[in-house]
Ligand binder design. Structure first.
Ligand code: MF3
Ligand code: CO
Ligand code: CO
Length: 257
């Protein structure tokens, strides 16, 4: 497949940097807010409020894909065995021992920024804390591969080489994605080696890396709401995500403080 990947202009780059900062600061703000006995819908509303106060909007709200109704909330909250695209809900109350991924995407002056992290609530089992550590480090190792002139598939290879050391698995059904004027655009970013996919990274490319790491097997099941996926074996899943920009000298993490 011939891919046309858009490169950010200098002015778009400035806006993307601002959008990224807003996303990063919002996650930091939510870090103080997220605790035992609040619901995932409380997190949704706090995020929605913060986003609009800061002159941006929540991209997930009413986001449409084929085969699913418009996404009904402003962020994704994926708790424990939920792999991704969990829908915030008033009856989903966080309790000690939970892990919950909060995935936020904001739209700021027509440009998008997407990041997530997995929070631990109260005291979490050692094996779940370790899963969070490994998922976070796999993202970091993927980011270290992202440099101009490098084949994009090196990102997935680095992630897989690391995850292989553990009995964990990488979810293959979702990919990182180009980001900018659209929420999801080319290129795809595989989180595992994909030898058939060749694309050299160039300055001005912006995309996410967002590996989903399961404690058990990689198999997932779709819930009846059509958006949410959970692990088939009911083991926990963790994810971290950043939006990145390839520069002439390396990579910039747009969604870091
Ligand atoms: N934020 C997710 C991603 O990283 C996409 C969520 S789409 C939504 O690509 F509609 F569920 F919000
Ligand atoms: Co996301
Ligand atoms: Co994303």
């Amino acid at each position: 497949m011939k891919q046309t990947i858009s490169l950010l202009s200098p002015s778009a780059t400035i806006t993307m940097r601002r959008a990224g900062k807003l996303c990063a600061i919002l996650l930091l703000h939510l870090n103080n807010f997220i605790k035992e006995s609040i619901s995932t819908l409380d997190i949704n509303y706090e995020s929605e409020k913060w986003t609009s106060i800061n002159g941006a909007s929540s991209a997930p709200l009413n986001y449409s894909i084929e085969g699913a109704p418009p996404f009904p909330r402003s962020l994704c909250s994926s708790r424990n065995a939920i792999v991704c695209h969990g829908i915030p809900c008033i009856s989903e109350i966080l309790k000690s021992g939970d892990i919950v991924n909060i995935d936020i995407t904001i739209k700021y002056r027509n440009f998008h920024s997407d990041c997530s992290r997995t929070f631990s609530i109260g005291s979490v089992l050692y094996k779940h804390n370790h899963l969070l550590y490994v998922a976070k480090k796999s993202l970091k190792l993927g980011i270290l591969e992202a440099n101009p002139g490098v084949n994009i598939c090196n990102i997935g290879t680095a992630i897989a080489n690391y995850i292989e050391r553990f009995k964990y698995s990488i979810v293959k059904d979702f990919v990182g994605h180009g980001i900018g004027i659209s929420f999801h655009m080319l290129p795809f970013v595989y989180h595992y080696p994909n030898k058939n996919y060749k694309l050299l990274l160039k300055p001005g490319m912006a995309f996410t890396i967002e590996p989903m790491i399961n404690l058990g097997k990689e198999n997932i099941i779709q819930l009846s709401n059509k958006w949410t996926f959970k692990t088939k074996d009911q083991e926990f899943s963790a994810q971290y995500e950043h939006s990145l920009l390839i520069t002439t000298s390396g990579v910039e993490i747009l969604t870091s403080i």
